[in-house]
Design a protein around this ligand. Structure first.
Ligand SMILES: Nc1nc2c(ncn2[C@@H]2O[C@H](COP(=O)(O)OP(=O)(O)OP(=O)(O)O)[C@@H](O)[C@H]2O)c(=O)[nH]1
Ligand SMILES: [Mg+2]
Length: 422
């Protein structure tokens, strides 16, 4: 079962703002009319019930939305870049990969049509119309578009089964699943025969439900031992659990308590899911001999277990009927404690105030808004220089520079522009 992929997503770049002037006879600059660049497209993930696996995402590493169009003269705005829509199976959980801490959950697409934006497009740059002021009637500067947001995203398809069979390795989980459904899991007399969850459909009369074998639970599973976390996570979606214990074990009650402790340590809500306790292997003579003793042991802690033999199918149909009954009585949502937001955006922090630091003799200005400003005629033109300087004052950069101790003749750098303080 292939159910986890990592992909890189990138929003489209915003289009550049235009530097343009209305053409009028006898007027060299007939008023600025440069339109804004269009915003870049976003990358959007949508749950689609016609998609059944995440396999196709293995082919490509980067998914990029379209760039926004550049602004043009006559106040024409650039067109918006088209969003890139990526269809995924219903039940896909989206996580954003974060280097230092735990991966952040972006969304849980449980219903067809639910969607999440995993990378925003960059905003388009402003055209030169926006740079007009009482003293700058002919601004020869505009803004470049922002680059799109880039994220590493993990897509994970979580198993959706109504009922999970849990229990220590070798207790007969696969045998039970095979006896009750058409699933054909591997069965063998050693631990960890089943390495990935296996699903089967159970039919009781005209009703049906999905049953899954959850493998790999042992002491320390919550710490990643056995097959670890991966499968504990699958239980999150089960509405109820069949807790299978081996009747031939030294203490079936003890086994049950230990597995429940693991659930509790992984996530306490998992331990609160309704459970049907089932004692297996009652065909074995040594189990037959202590049936009453086992029944009493469970009875003393208020549990009335089912007794079955998965091998001979004894008690299976009663167990499945009981499971269906419990399933129908569970009205509460099965999402144990995991409060998952439907749709969350993680936009990059934008529009921070400018800051200045010194690199050798050069003052370096960090001001995203300013870095994106581009000049048509280059810095050589004194007119452009004055226009830029007035932006510096406006954005608070001059103040920050003076505070940092700038003197006439010092070099200043911002993005790829460099100039001398006059
Ligand atoms: N006598 C008897 N043996 C059983 C019964 N159910 C399962 N077994 C045996 O127990 C062993 C383990 O069975 P599995 O169904 O593979 O157990 P499991 O819990 O799926 O094991 P893992 O996938 O390894 O965790 C096999 O040798 C089965 O034949 C039963 O009802 N009676
Ligand atoms: Mg198994």
């Amino acid at each position: 079962m292939f159910d986890k992929v990592e992909i890189k997503v990138k929003g489209g770049r915003g289009g550049g703002g235009a530097i343009s002037f209305r053409r009028e006879k006898f007027v060299p600059f007939g008023g600025p009319d440069g339109g804004d660049g269009g915003d870049g497209g976003g990358v959007v993930i949508v749950a689609d019930s016609s998609i059944t696996s995440l396999r196709m995402f293995r082919q490509r590493g980067l998914y990029r939305a379209a760039d926004g169009g550049d602004g043009k003269g006559k106040k024409k705005h650039g067109r918006r870049g088209e969003d890139l829509i990526l269809p995924v199976p219903v039940g896909t959980v989206i996580l954003k990969k974060v280097q230092i801490s735990d991966d952040a959950l972006i969304a849980d697409l449980e219903q067809p049509g639910q969607q999440a934006v995993v990378a925003n497009g960059g905003r388009g740059g402003l055209g030169n119309i926006h740079f007009v002021s009482s003293i700058d009637q002919a601004p020869q500067i505009a803004q470049k578009g922002e680059s799109g947001e880039e994220n590493l995203v993990i897509l994970e398809l979580r198993l959706i089964a109504d009922v999970g069979i849990i229990g220590y390795p070798n207790v007969g989980k696969s045998t039970l699943l095979a006896a009750a459904s058409a699933a054909k899991p591997k069965i063998a007399g050693y631990a960890f025969t089943t390495r990935e969850p296996v699903l089967g459909v159970i039919e009781v009369g005209w009703r049906s439900f999905v049953l899954a074998e959850i493998p790999g639970l042992i002491d320390g599973a919550h710490l990643g031992r056995g097959l670890g976390h991966d499968f504990l996570r699958h239980i999150v979606r089960n509405k109820i659990l069949i807790h299978l214990v081996d009747g031939s074990s030294a203490s079936p009650v003890e086994d049950m308590i230990r597995v429940n402790t693991e659930l509790n340590l992984f996530e306490s809500a998992l331990a609160h899911k309704p459970q049907l306790v089932v004692v297996n292997k009652i065909d074995l003579p040594q189990v037959q001999a202590r049936l009453a003793e086992i029944k009493d042991a469970f009875g003393s802690i208020g549990i009335n277990p089912f007794f079955i033999s998965a091998a001979t199918r004894k008690g299976i149909s009663e167990l499945m009927a009981g499971t269906l009954e419990m399933l129908q009585s569970v009205t509460v949502e099965a999402k144990a404690g995991m409060e998952i937001p439907k749709k969350v955006f993680h936009p990059q922090p934008r529009g921070k105030s400018p800051s200045v630091y010194k690199e050798g003799d050069t003052f370096v200005v960090v001001a995203p808004e300013l870095e994106r400003i581009v000049a048509k005629t280059g810095e050589a033109s004194p007119e452009v220089w004055w226009q830029l300087k007035r932006r510096l004052v406006r954005l608070g950069v001059s103040k920050a520079l003076k505070k940092a101790g700038v003197k006439v003749g010092d070099r200043i750098r911002c993005g790829n522009m460099e100039w001398e303080w006059k």
